[in-house]
Design a protein around this ligand. Sequence first.
Ligand SMILES: Cc1cc2nc3c(=O)[nH]c(=O)nc-3n(C[C@H](O)[C@H](O)[C@H](O)COP(=O)(O)OP(=O)(O)OC[C@H]3O[C@@H](n4cnc5c(N)ncnc54)[C@H](O)[C@@H]3O)c2cc1C
Length: 250
Amino acid sequence: MSKQDDGFRMMRVVTVERLAPHMQRLRLAGDDLAHFDTLGNLHVRLHVQDRPGAASGKLAQGPEDRGLRKGRSSNVVTRYYTIRRIDAAAGWLDIDFVLHDHAGPACSFALRAKPGDICGVSGPCGLGVKKAGHYLLAGDETALPAIARIAETLPPDVQGDIVIETCGPEDRLPFAAPAGMSIEWVDRWPRYQGPGRGFIEPVTEKIQACAAGKNYFIWLAGEFGAYEAFRPHLASIPKSRCINVPYWRR
Ligand SMILES: Cc1cc2nc3c(=O)[nH]c(=O)nc-3n(C[C@H](O)[C@H](O)[C@H](O)COP(=O)(O)OP(=O)(O)OC[C@H]3O[C@@H](n4cnc5c(N)ncnc54)[C@H](O)[C@@H]3O)c2cc1C
């Protein structure tokens, strides 16, 4: 990335795939994506139109592009998303969007997307995991793309646990993980409320078990309530060994 390059790219939807009842994958194509291809920064800022009911393909190149780039365009909003997969040489990246009940601009963009629609992407941003022998990765559907990408790229000999909370079994999306890592899926109950005890309690136990070891890394993301619930249990853990991030707030 050159000094002048703020990482902003105009991207075009090439495919739309419903992976699960509440998950839609968009493949976005753009130029010069190599600097997004890093496990050190897993996420991007997604810039989409904020006009309920407006067609999502209206972000034209030109003056509106410049407004978008400088964040000055009144009808464009920014949300954070994870690069689920990227092939920089082929010029595409995949983003998996949770289709939630109170669809905001980003969710609406994904829901209505069709090939040819345009959005902005900038970054990359956010941190990946640090090197360790034992990992705990836990989160809800919004964290699933990051957890899957991390798990698929960890060395094959690491150990650990993965816990993911979804609305139900139909929203579980398979991914590869090292043989020494268990994957536990938890159904959220009540179904459309914030993180349930069925998720918070086992993850809290695993945080404590993990922190009793030596060479570990804990990665947690999801709704703000989960972030708050885990925070006290992470207080004594060095910042170099854990990440706990609220991805959205009810
Ligand atoms: C670093 C990072 C990476 C992220 N990666 C992803 C990703 O890969 N995939 C993904 O789907 N999300 C991801 N998120 C979460 C995503 O940014 C938020 O869910 C975002 O609020 C969605 O924007 P929106 O415009 O659809 O809704 P907003 O306009 O932000 O919110 C509208 C309403 O919807 C509610 N809401 C927002 N998100 C959810 C949700 N998931 N479930 C239920 N209600 C919700 C809000 O409380 C609000 O009432 C990530 C967040 C961060 C910080």
